[in-house]
Structure formats: structure tokens, C-alpha cells
Design a protein around this ligand. Structure first.
Ligand SMILES: *Cc1c(COP(=O)(O)O)cnc(C)c1O
Length: 370
């Protein structure tokens, strides 16, 4: 019988780094500097350097990062923001949360927003575009930035799945007006709870984000804007600061696993996911397409292989977004992929044996795949 293969293995990761993480967490608790302490400032500095931006503000989640980025850029009621139809719903929810309207654009063959279709989404109310570096692969930013320049739009990068992903010379999150990250535990860089960050290069934008994330306080009890409370706490910052030193190694491991999957899957006639940037992809998710996806997923589960679906229901077909008035058939590629995509186990600690196990299990459901 084969050994079970989890979809991610955060316990294995904790075992490997607990000797580094636990003392840092203990130090925070002993200092009792839980809010906006030394560790938060340190992590913000290290993460900005890592991404290649001047500034970083730690926040409570990726969704909060997107909301703050939009708010700091003065995007609000009456404005439209172009987003991909194929993304995690938080991209859209952040736009809605600031009172603006998401305008969805169909995906391309790499599951990313199709740059060819951007012009047709522009209206006089369009204020911004939010490219999403989905599954760990950077959106080719040149056409996005050229488009934004042409129409005077702001660019908010949703880099919540792309910590360390590269496009040409830069890292995901460093190209737009702001870059937004999630440190949800299962992300490539994950906290031990909810966390996120906003990065940017503009000093006054950084000031706005910093004000907004801490109740609009210029200093204690002096409030200059109607801010929110969505700070990153020191315990999470300490964890993230330790884990950041491992990120490149973990991403390299993910790329190796992806290369192994690519090769083994081709041998059984399954197409490997498109990789646009060689070493730049950080494989937050390794996504294939199959016929009869739900049956395949169930058959794999029977064989002890855990998989995921990212995502089963496109945003425009969610009840929460019924007000978009976009029925089935609005985004045929996104809808087709929602029915077919299957995310295979992918995490740095994955072993070669586990990869072979996953592919063997897939090979054994061959009749379902065609
Ligand atoms: C995870 C994620 C978010 C939201 O991050 P949270 O930390 O869960 O709020 C936003 N966009 C994308 C593409 C994500 O994957």
C-alpha cells in the first residue's frame, strides 16, 4: 500500500525550523512588545529588501493588503478596477470593500489575465488594474504597465501567491504602484496565523498605507485620517522574519518538484502546466487539467493522495457576485478550467517518492482521464 501524500505539510516544515522559530517567538513574549514592535519593523525592512522595493508595511492579511493598497491610491465608490476573472475571490472582494467595482477579464493559457483583452474592459470610470500572479507565476508585466500608462491607471499587484516569483529583472510585487502579499499559513511564505504586507516605492504612498493600517494615527491618539486597524502583530513578524531566510531555498525545492512532475506526467500523457519564466515560477500551486476532475480527485483520495481545486466556482458565478449580472458563458476559458483544474501536492518538503506516488495514482485513474 502506498503512503498517504498530503496536499501541504506544514507540520514537517515546523519540525525543520522550530529550533529557529520558537526562540524568536519566546523573545517576543518575554519582551511583551506584541504590537508594532521591533520584530515588525525588522521584518518590514527585510521583506522590502527581498522584494526589491523601498517600503513595506506589515498588515493582518492579504485581503487587508489589497484593500489598503486600493484605499491609499484613493480608489473608491464609482471607480472601476480591472481584475482577472480567474483568481481567488479575495482579489474581487478587496475592490468591493473599498466601494469600487471589479471588472473581470478572461484568462490566457497560463491562467493569467489576458493582456489582449484589456482594452475592451476600459470605461471612463476605470481607475486601476490588478494583475494577479496566480499559482506562483508572475504576470508578464510589460504589457500591463504599458496599458496602465496609456490609460493613466494605477497598478495594484496581487502577489499573494507569488512570494519571490520573478519577471525579467524584478520580483512580483515590485512593478506596480503597490504590491500586496498574503502570509496565510499555506502560502510560500506563511505565518502561524493570518498576516500580509503591502510594498511600494513611493514615500507618500507608504505614509498613507502606514496611517491607514493603524487607525489613522500620526502619533498616539492623534488621528489624521479615518484609518482601520489591520496591523501585523509582532509574533507573526518574528515567525515571518525567520521563514524569509528560507524562502529562496523552499522556492527552489518547489521548482525541482515541478520539474519532476513535468517529466513524469508527460510519460503518462498528462500535459504539464505552462511555465512562462523558467526559474521565475515559484509554484505556489502545481495545477494540471483533467477530464472528470471530481471523479479523479475522489479516486486519488481513495489512494491516499490529497489534492486541491483552485478554484471550483469562478467569481462571476458566485452568489456574492450575482450583482455583476454575468451568467454562465461570460468567461468560457475560466469556466472550463474551473471544471478541469486539479492542484497536485506541492510543498518544499515533498519527497521524490511522494511525487512518484502521486503520478502512479494518477496513472491508475487513466480510464477516468480520457
Ligand atoms: C490568499 C490570497 C489572497 C488573500 O489573502 P488572505 O491573507 O487570505 O486574506 C488574495 N489573493 C490571492 C490571489 C490569494 O491567493
Amino acid at each position: 500500500m502506498t503512503q498517504p501524500v498530503p496536499f501541504v505539510d506544514l507540520k514537517a516544515q515546523f519540525r525543520a525550523i522550530s529550533h529557529e522559530v520558537v526562540p524568536r517567538m519566546m523573545a517576543v513574549m518575554e519582551s511583551a512588545g506584541f504590537i508594532l514592535g521591533h520584530d515588525v519593523a525588522l521584518f518590514e525592512e527585510h521583506f522590502a529588501t527581498y522584494v526589491g522595493t523601498r517600503y513595506c508595511v506589515g498588515v493582518e492579511s492579504g485581503t487587508a493588503a489589497l484593500e489598503l493598497g486600493l484605499r491609499a491610491l484613493a480608489i473608491g465608490p464609482g471607480d472601476e478596477v480591472i481584475i482577472p476573472a480567474n483568481t481567488f475571490i479575495a482579489s474581487a472582494l478587496a475592490v468591493s470593500a473599498v466601494g469600487a467595482s471589479p471588472v473581470l477579464v478572461e484568462m490566457d493559457s497560463a491562467y493569467l489575465i489576458d493582456p489582449e483583452l484589456l482594452e475592451s474592459a476600459v470605461t471612463p470610470r476605470t481607475k486601476a488594474i490588478m494583475p494577479v500572479h496566480l499559482y506562483g507565476q508572475a504576470v508578464p508585466m510589460d504589457p500591463i504597465l504599458a496599458f496602465a500608462r496609456r490609460h493613466g491607471l494605477r497598478v495594484i499587484e496581487d502577489a499573494c501567491q507569488a512570494h519571490g516569483a520573478r519577471y525579467k529583472g524584478g520580483r512580483a510585487g515590485s512593478f506596480g504602484d503597490v504590491g500586496c502579499f498574503s502570509f496565510y499559513p499555506g502560502k510560500n511564505l506563511g505565518a502561524y496565523g493570518d498576516a500580509g504586507a503591502v510594498v511600494c516605492n513611493d514615500a507618500s504612498l507608504n505614509d498613507s498605507i502606514r496611517l491607514l493600517h493603524d487607525l489613522g494615527q500620526a502619533k498616539k491618539y492623534v488621528h489624521v485620517v479615518k484609518g482601520d486597524n489591520c496591523r501585523l502583530d509582532s509574533l507573526q513578524a518574528a515567525v515571518l522574519d525567520v521563514k524569509l531566510t528560507h524562502l529562496d531555498g523552499w522556492n527552489a525545492a518547489r521548482r525541482n518538484h515541478a520539474a519532476a512532475y513535468d517529466r513524469l506526467l508527460r510519460e503518462i500523457g498528462i500535459e504539464a502546466p505552462v511555465n512562462l519564466h523558467d526559474e521565475g515560477h515559484v509554484y505556489h500551486l502545481y495545477v494540471i487539467e483533467v477530464e472528470n476532475r471530481d471523479s479523479v480527485q475522489a479516486a486519488l483520495r481513495e489512494r491516499g493522495v490529497a489534492t486541491g481545486v483552485h478554484y471550483p466556482i469562478p467569481i462571476h458565478l458566485q452568489r456574492a457576485y450575482a450583482d455583476l449580472g454575468l451568467g454562465p458563458g461570460s468567461f468560457p476559458l475560466t469556466e472550463r478550467s474551473a471544471a478541469r483544474v486539479l492542484s497536485l501536492p506541492m510543498f518544499p518538503e515533498l519527497t521524490d517518492d511522494q511525487i512518484v506516488c502521486v503520478v502512479d495514482a494518477l496513472a491508475s485513474c487513466r480510464p477516468l482521464l480520457v
